[in-house]
Design a protein around this ligand. Structure first.
Ligand code: VAH
Length: 309
């Protein structure tokens, strides 16, 4: 059975749906910190759980005979800067709890890393898989540390833990929570509701982005790849597309000619400036046939078509 921790989050909602389509509802248990409202029947079977409660987590794994954990619960970059030590504790202790249980119960684990592992002094374009890592956010620090812990548990204890450095993810099924790349989701809701958007990043801030459907497919492809083909046990770089707020706004105006954007950069600009504009994903392409399917045009038409306002 599969356990998705953080199932109510931006990735968790779509990954849970995709895993249930593949393995059947009853074989994919959704877990998150919050209680479900009764209208959220769609994500049952569901268990309210804190990943920091290791005893309850281990009891759940044994009771439900869990064999695979997707551990997605974390505090994202912008929110993390508001409460650094709380973000560090959730992001690190949560992962260590999962890795320890995976070690004792021979579980397979997926854990999301991020392009936030890169810092301002790394290469800006096509940042290599193996590079200087000096992130300037607590979120990035926890992702670099988390990647190294995953590699450690694989090398020292043989834990089959796999990870992807997600770019900024774009989806319409769940509000993103406190990320720096969230402008690329918020802009669609504002364009449809108000025909205008005030962007918290500068117009020419290029960042690596990806449509959620590509990210979910990549995750399942990596988890289904044969163990011996994997050469990266930190986090695989994958690139969807790289674009700027100005390019995204232009693509939206092709559908909504009256849409206008203005720019009011805030503290998230410093975070975005420390990240690369694109990453080199040759290891993922080679090891497990990664290939993006969505480009800026298809992302914009999919988002505008699916968002219900
Ligand atoms: C964030 N969406 O902005 C996340 C992601 C690369 C960005 O890690 O924090």
């Amino acid at each position: 059975k599969v356990l998705v921790i953080g199932a109510c989050g931006q990735i968790g909602t779509e990954l849970t749906t995709a895993l249930r389509l593949k393995y059947g509802n009853e074989n994919v248990i959704a877990a998150d910190i919050r209680l479900l409202t009764d209208t959220e029947f769609r994500i049952r079977p569901y268990i309210q759980l804190s990943v920091l409660d290791k005893v309850s987590l281990h009891a759940l794994v044994l009771r439900e005979k869990i064999t695979v954990i997707y551990h997605l619960a974390a505090t994202l970059s912008a929110t993390g800067e508001k409460q650094p030590l709380k973000a560090w504790d959730l992001n690190m202790q949560g992962l260590l709890n999962v890795l320890e249980i995976a070690k004792t119960d021979q579980l397979k684990v997926f854990w999301p890393s991020s392009i936030a592992v890169y810092g301002a002094n790394g290469p800006k374009a096509f940042s290599p898989q193996h590079s200087i890592m000096e992130p300037s956010t607590v979120y990035g620090i926890s992702k670099v540390s988390g990647e190294l812990w995953c590699k450690y548990y694989h090398e020292q204890y043989g834990v089959d833990v796999r990870s992807i450095r997600y770019p900024g993810l774009i989806s319409y099924t769940a509000e993103p929570g406190g990320g720096t790349t969230d402008y690329a989701v918020d802009i669609f809701y504002h364009a449809l509701k108000h025909r205008t958007y005030t962007c918290f990043l500068k117009p020419h801030t290029a960042l690596p982005m990806m449509y959620m459907a590509d990210a979910v497919r990549a995750t399942m492809q990596l988890m289904e790849a044969s163990n011996e083909k994997l050469t990266v046990r930190t986090g695989y770089n994958i690139l969807g597309i790289s674009f700027t707020p100005a390019q995204l706004a232009e693509a939206i105006t092709k559908h909504l000619p009256v849409f206008t954007i203005n720019y009011k950069p805030d503290r998230r600009q410093n975070i975005a400036d420390s990240w690369p504009a694109s990453v080199d994903d040759r290891h993922a392409r080679h090891d497990w046939d990664w290939e993006p399917q969505y480009n800026l045009t298809t992302i914009v038409s999919e988002m505008l078509r699916n968002i219900k306002i």
